[in-house]
Design a protein around this ligand. Structure first.
Ligand SMILES: [Zn+2]
Length: 69
């Protein structure tokens, strides 16, 4: 029985085009750069502070702070 599959050969290692760090996030792999480097290089717009989830909507617990109990 194989409890932990360590065979990651199906994953192609993609490295950041700027800093050579391995990229694991899908967004980064698609860009060919880490998100930080992509921002520094102006490839993607700087991400605003994370007041909400990236897919929109409030973070869980976020509005609770504003609601009177
Ligand atoms: Zn990088």
């Amino acid at each position: 029985m194989n409890l932990l599959n360590l065979d990651v050969s199906h994953l192609t290692l993609i490295r950041c085009g700027a800093c050579r760090q391995p990229l694991w996030k899908r967004e980064s792999r698609d860009l060919g750069f880490g998100l930080d480097c992509a921002e520094k290089l102006g490839i993607i717009p700087p991400s605003p502070p994370r007041f909400s989830r990236r897919d929109g909507g409030d973070c869980q617990g976020q509005t609770d702070l504003l609601e009177e109990t």
